[in-house]
Design a protein. Structure first.
Ligand SMILES: [Fe+2]
Length: 527
């Protein structure tokens, strides 16, 4: 389905109201052994079209991929499903018309997971496109398209993906996703702030669906609101995604069990309960593998995905295990806490896992797909220095260990990808950021937001004033958009795409700048 057809399909389905379907062909008998809960299986019966949140796929391996949907005829009001298990069929085909079916099956959508459904489709061929859809009763989902990864060690001469983050629903339209959906990509990588937890703020281009979210139902309804966006749905339907979260999937600038300062839920036990429901709703709405299913307030999100001999994504989670932001967070001069050798942004287990993975990686490009910028950003022009304590800048022990590892062990072509800061950046990673002549040990591309922050502007006088203090920063732009990355064995090209505006639905997209990283030569170069 191309983008226009996808839009037409979606509109035709969503416009139908109060359409009660008849009994579906499925009965509980054939699938009784798969019932995850003793609850009886209900005939699929929906108050309205149940696939209003679209479909998604993700976590591509050479022989398997995750496909996802959620039954939600009334998306922002609890989903609108009765508290019963509902069977849902799925099909995977090698053609866009779903004629050459290569895999099919039935899953049970349960109230425990908000009637979300994920299928790990196995037995697929590497490095090829597949189409998929879900059917329940007489209703069919939109058709999604996905792609498997190349086999380990296989030569890959070209791999393209988009890097995105930060999609505040109220602050702008997701028109960037409309353009992304029409690109020729193998993958989308989303590095967090997929939802925002805040209340309705009047006067914005769109509205949230209620006050600040705190309960499981709140988080589910907020995810559902975001997922009703047709442009976001189109980008999910067009490519597999690799996702990781940042802070707003739970709460602004939280750190592990510690709530944002000045918030009312300071008690870590209370905050962990909130984190648990936020993680639960995140899992329910993302095409993640089942190993990520949360256990209480804990969720396994850091993981590794490889694409032939070309690239490994070391996907990080710098929120769940970090120590509290030093110096009471914010943009500050360094205090003692920034030098604390026990402070960590990844936690020890994840850091060990990352360094081990970098050390043993067999691929040419080693990508740290993570949340917050690693490179130093001194935000005070001239004398004095201030840093954002929520980024790697606040966790010097963690960053120093990573930078010395890169300098000494020289893993193949390390490139960090980050988001969070609602602006585009191209930066060199330095052995010592205070010594411009020190070794460049890696490269970093930070993507701007899809919509967060409204239209923005190309330049920002505050940033422009401190850029000379940061010679390893090669590019800044403060508009909305995403970064398109084209990887080959020769080099990595990053195109910084920007939106003319996001406060109307008709914004246009253009390429603001392109940078490359040459194979074997750390650092970003403008082209
Ligand atoms: Fe954000």
């Amino acid at each position: 389905m191309d983008y226009q057809n996808f839009q037409r399909f979606l509109n035709s389905r969503i416009k139908r109201r109060n359409f009660i379907i008849g009994t579906g062909a499925l009965t509980g008998l054939a699938i009784a052994s798969q019932i995850p809960h003793p609850r009886a299986i209900a005939k699929a019966r929906f108050s309205d079209y149940p696939f209003k949140l679209g479909v998604a796929s993700g976590e591509p391996y050479p022989n398997s991929v995750v496909i996802w949907t959620r039954l939600a005829p009334d998306p922002v009001n609890g989903g609108g499903m009765p508290l019963v298990n509902v069977p849902i069929r799925w099909e995977v085909a090698t053609d866009s018309n779903m004629r050459q079916i290569v895999a099919r099956g039935t899953e049970i959508a349960t109230p425990e997971l908000a009637h979300s459904v994920r299928v790990v489709v196995e037995g697929l061929q590497p490095e090829r496109w597949y189409w998929y859809r879900f059917i329940s009763g007489k209703e069919a989902s939109p058709i999604g398209r996905t792609r498997t990864a190349p086999s380990p060690g296989n030569y890959v001469n070209k791999f393209t993906f988009a890097l995105a983050s930060c999609q505040h629903y109220e602050q702008g339209y997701y028109t960037a996703y409309k353009y992304m959906a029409q690109e020729n990509l193998d993958l989308v990588v989303h590095v967090g702030d997929y939802i925002y937890e805040g209340p309705i703020v009047q006067g914005r281009v769109r509205q949230h669906n209620g006050p600040e979210i705190k309960t499981l139902e709140d988080y589910r309804n907020r995810h559902a609101l975001y997922k009703t966006d047709p442009n976001l749905q189109a980008a999910h339907a067009a490519f597999p995604w690799i996702v990781t979260w940042d802070d707003h999937e739970v709460e602004n600038n939280y750190a592990n069990a510690i709530s944002q300062l000045d918030d009312d839920d300071q008690d870590p036990i209370e905050f962990l309960a909130r984190r648990a429901v936020a993680y639960q709703a995140y899992y329910e709405h993302m095409p993640l593998r089942p190993f990520s299913r949360p256990q209480g307030p804990n969720m396994q999100l850091f993981r590794r995905l490889s694409f032939g001999n070309l690239a490994t994504f070391h996907v990080l989670d710098t929120r769940q295990y970090r120590t509290d932001q030093p110096c009471e967070d914010g943009v500050k001069e360094r205090c003692a806490g920034t030098f604390d050798p026990n402070a960590t942004i990844t936690g020890k287990a994840q850091e060990d896992w990352l360094l081990e993975g970098l050390n043993t990686s067999q691929t040419q490009w080693n990508i740290l797909a993570q949340q917050v910028p690693i490179a130093q950003r001194d935000m005070t022009p001239g004398e004095g220095a201030t840093f954002s304590m929520d980024k790697w800048d606040g966790y010097l022990a963690s960053r120093n260990r990573l930078m010395s590892f890169l300098e000494q062990r020289k893993p193949s072509n390390p490139v960090s990808l980050a988001g969070d800061v609602h602006s585009h950046w191209a930066m060199d990673l330095k052995a010592d950021f205070d010594q411009p002549d020190s070794t460049t040990v890696g490269s970093e591309f930070v993507c701007t937001s899809i919509s967060s922050g409204g239209n923005g502007a190309d330049t920002n006088p505050t940033v422009a004033a401190y850029l000379p203090d940061n010679p390893h920063i090669k590019f800044y732009n403060g508009q909305r958009g995403y970064v398109r990355c084209l990887l080959t064995p020769i080099n990595w090209q990053a195109d910084f795409l920007v939106m003319s505006n996001v406060t109307t639905e008709s914004g246009t997209i253009s390429k603001r700048a392109s940078f490359i990283v040459e194979n074997g030569r750390p650092g970003v170069q403008q082209v």
